[in-house]
Design a protein around this ligand. Structure first.
Ligand SMILES: Cc1cc2nc3c(=O)[nH]c(=O)nc-3n(C[C@H](O)[C@H](O)[C@H](O)COP(=O)(O)OP(=O)(O)OC[C@H]3O[C@@H](n4cnc5c(N)ncnc54)[C@H](O)[C@@H]3O)c2cc1C
Length: 377
């Protein structure tokens, strides 16, 4: 296998997680190959589009320290590349008072929390990490679907093989395959590792602001990113991505095979949103006309909605690390996840020891004999 292209690290999947990992790896001097099955910056996975929100309101104690670290790393990468992908604003969370994600009480029966929030420009952020990775020497190859990863019995490490028979040698490998991660891991582990990660087809919507009300919804004028923790859960962003449009989305979708999806919204989603916009913003948003723009995107859900970040194990030992199941809330964490993945695959543990504690929640083994995973209160 010594005639194959040789790398310290091969990353499979060039969404936000793979691209951030490539940035951290190359910055540390690892000879890195980033592989993608479709075009770079394609719109068929989870990381494309105009925006993702960043917020720190989580009921689980292990996410906020990761967000603090991630925020620092977003700013570091922005400085490195010379432009912004992270636009700060406040985050307004509101909903029924028994919701554990909301920690401060306001009028009886309801609570609302204002905290630090922001909007991340999604595709621009993926492009940023890829640009930086190129600056630090990554090799990127798109239109290369990986079919298999096998142990190199002669010298250790792995051989990664595409569906068309191309092969690459890596001392180490990271799998960041988004909604395809279960399929790929099942193949690679010869059916031994079955990740309970379900692809869900989601749709985001943009709505027109009524004439004369544009300033009320502008990010620069203090309009927050928002989340309504009722049933259904609805969240959105201020006017930033498109002039005079806000994003409002119902967190509800349809289970799918990522290679065979409808590209259409789930039932009743638009009607629920119209009702919610009417109640919340009254006549300041043209809800009655319906959304003016929509876009399909994939969630990768675990049963407990916590991430999967772990060694694949088996014959691969600590040479292959898998990261997936980001359950609709991974984007904001991409810088810290990328750094954790490089730490794990290079050193076997997370360098910032305080985060070593956090990632124990993301082990694959939590589902063994316990299909629901982490216990939630
Ligand atoms: C509508 C929507 C709204 C969201 N909102 C938020 C938000 O507000 N805040 C937040 O933090 N998160 C949010 N998320 C979640 C966040 O976007 C995801 O957690 C994140 O993008 C996951 O990135 P990924 O790199 O794991 O997956 P992907 O971006 O899907 O990347 C995986 C890549 O691997 C490639 N791949 C797969 N299999 C192979 C193979 N065999 N060979 C080669 N390449 C392969 C795929 O083509 C893909 O490009 C949202 C997600 C969606 C869909």
């Amino acid at each position: 296998m010594s005639n194959l292209p040789q790398f310290d690290l091969i990353i499979i999947g060039a969404g936000i997680m793979g691209s951030s990992t490539a940035y951290h790896a190359t910055k540390r001097g690892l000879k890195t190959l980033l592989l993608e099955q479709f075009d770079l910056l394609h719109y068929r996975g989870s990381s494309h589009g105009e925006s993702r929100t960043i917020r720190a309101t989580y009921p689980e104690a292990f996410y906020p320290p990761m967000i603090i670290e991630s925020e620092k790393l977003w700013r570091e990468a922005e400085l490195d590349v010379g432009y912004n992908v992270y636009f700060k604003t406040e985050q307004l969370d509101f909903g029924p008072s028994d919701n554990t994600s909301l920690l401060v009480s306001v009028p009886e029966g309801w609570i609302a929390v204002v905290s630090d929030g922001g909007v991340l420009k999604a595709t621009k952020a993926v492009a940023m990490f890829q640009t930086l990775a190129v600056k630090y020497g990554v090799v990127m190859k798109d239109k290369t679907e990986i079919a298999d990863v096998v142990v190199d019995e002669e010298k250790g490490g792995v051989v990664v093989r595409s569906g068309l028979g191309e092969m690459f040698y890596g001392k180490k490998c990271v799998v960041t395959a988004g909604a395809w991660v279960s399929k790929l891991v099942k193949n690679v582990s010869k059916g031994v590792v079955n990740l309970p990660i379900q692809a869900i087809e989601m749709t985001i919507f943009y709505w027109r602001i009524k004439d004369g009300c544009e300033e009320d919804f502008a990010i620069g004028k203090g309009f927050p990113t928002f989340a309504s923790f009722g049933e259904p859960y609805i969240y959105g962003t201020p006017a930033l991505e498109f002039p005079d449009l806000i994003k409002a989305v119902v967190q509800r979708g349809r289970e799918c095979d990522p290679d065979n999806r409808t590209w259409r919204p789930a039932e009743m989603v638009v009607e629920d949103l119209k009702e919610w916009l009417k109640l919340t913003f009254g006549d300041r948003v043209k809800w009655e006309d319906g959304p003016v723009m929509s876009q399909s995107c994939l969630y990768s859900m675990t049963p407990d909605k916590d991430y999967v970040i772990d060694f694949l194990g088996g014959g691969f030992g600590e040479d292959v690390v898998v990261a997936g199941g980001f359950s609709g809330h991974g984007f904001k964490m991409a810088p810290v996840v990328g750094r954790i993945l490089v730490d794990l695959v290079v050193g076997g543990k997370v360098a910032a020891l305080e985060l070593d504690e956090e990632i124990k929640w993301f082990k694959i083994g939590r589902f063994e004999g316990n299909p629901r995973g982490n216990v939630k209160h």
